[in-house]
Design a protein around this ligand. Structure first.
Ligand SMILES: [Mn+2]
Length: 368
């Protein structure tokens, strides 16, 4: 018992030392920089938004620095827009920016060449902070902190803020807490002790009423239409469920519907596919804690796409050359066939999740 406790304390002090070293190296990279560009995924989630807001505060605590937040897509989900409003953040479009005009560039909650951010492959960011599996390209950056076991990038940033002695404002603490909650499904999915500790430290200083308001943000009618489409088109085969959404207005809905489908008590794997721009977007979830959803996703996207993730959740994108309703439809069905094959359900006859009286909507037209 005592030996365990001593061991625990030693681990904790070593961890603190590691974080302290990271923070001082980060400070070194930012030294003398007047402008900082923080790039997130194309469709930033609460974890990316909160962690970026924290990095902005940390940089500001070092020196006078103007920070710009940007992404290649937009913030679509109502909850995430509510979070931005609460933080008073403005996210710019990456396409409209001249990267060379920035003193430093940071990638947060994503990595170079991950396929889900708009930073060109030949740009080496100065800073990479993420919790997805390490990509070799990240090692080229002067500063990188990639902790794949962590449930959220917000946890890494919370540790930085503590070690750097930067006081968190109520909105920032609330955002970091929400980032951890949403990436770990309330600490129930892929959360480690560090996430729990960060959560507990943030809880007393966060605004609970605001948390409720963000989580229950009002949504446009197109949200219900997409959910309806996802449910009507949902098919079950063996322990798999999949659905095709067609063209989506807001890419975030793809992962939201995958989460929803995984709640089916007879399902172990849920896949949701939508089309946005010239890409098919894939979101995969599993309830099998021993699984590797990131690896399954790698097989689904093949050589033409990019994708990855954690053990129980993964995302991917497949560019479709000459996108048309027919091309999307065809590619989506290829992905579904691969999905069923990879998970050993190729022989299982698919049936409508909502039963035989649910009408089968899936037609090439939904891909527009
Ligand atoms: Mn994250």
């Amino acid at each position: 018992m005592l030996a365990d406790r001593i061991m625990m304390r030693r681990m904790k002090s070593e961890h603190k030392k590691m974080v302290r070293e990271k923070v001082s190296r980060l400070r070194g990279v930012l030294e003398g920089k007047r402008t900082l560009l923080i790039v997130m995924q194309d469709f930033p989630d609460p974890d990316a938004i909160a962690a970026s807001a924290a990095l902005r505060e940390l940089a500001k605590s070092y020196q006078e620095v103007t920070t710009t937040l940007a992404c290649g897509g937009f913030v679509g989900r109502a909850e995430n827009r509510a979070l931005l409003k609460y933080l008073g953040l403005n996210i710019k479009s990456l396409q409209g920016l001249n990267l060379e005009s920035f003193g430093a560039i940071a990638l947060v909650d994503t990595q170079p060449c991950a396929g889900n951010n708009g930073l060109c492959r030949d740009v080496v960011p100065d800073i990479v902070i993420d919790h997805h599996p390490m990509r070799p390209q990240s090692r080229k950056s002067p500063f990188f902190d990639v902790r794949r076991r962590y449930g959220a990038t917000s946890t890494i940033m919370q540790e930085y803020m503590v070690v750097a002695g930067v006081a968190l404002s109520v909105p920032l603490a609330t955002a970091l807490l929400y980032g951890i909650r949403s990436d770990t499904a309330d600490l129930g999915r892929e959360a480690v002790q560090a996430d729990i500790e960060a959560y507990l430290a943030l809880y007393p200083i966060s605004n609970k009423r605001m948390l409720g308001r963000i989580a229950m943000a009002r949504v446009p009618r197109t949200y219900f239409r997409a959910i309806g489409m996802g449910l009507k088109n949902a098919h079950s085969a063996g322990n798999c469920v999949y659905t095709l959404l067609g063209s989506v207005e807001n890419p975030d809905i793809v992962s939201e519907i995958a989460d929803l489908l995984l709640r089916d008590e007879e399902t172990t794997w849920a896949l949701c596919i939508g089309a946005y721009g010239n890409q098919l977007l894939l979101s995969l979830r599993t309830s099998d804690l021993q699984a590797n959803a990131g690896r399954v996703m790698g097989r689904l996207v093949g050589r033409t796409g990019t994708g990855g993730g954690h053990s129980v959740m993964a995302g991917g994108q497949i560019p479709v050359a000459a996108p048309s309703a027919e091309a999307f439809h065809k590619r989506a069905h290829e992905v579904v066939a691969r999905f069923l094959r990879v998970l050993g359900n190729a022989g299982a006859p698919p049936s409508l999740l909502m039963g035989d009286d649910g009408e089968d909507q899936e037609a090439a037209a939904i891909w527009r």
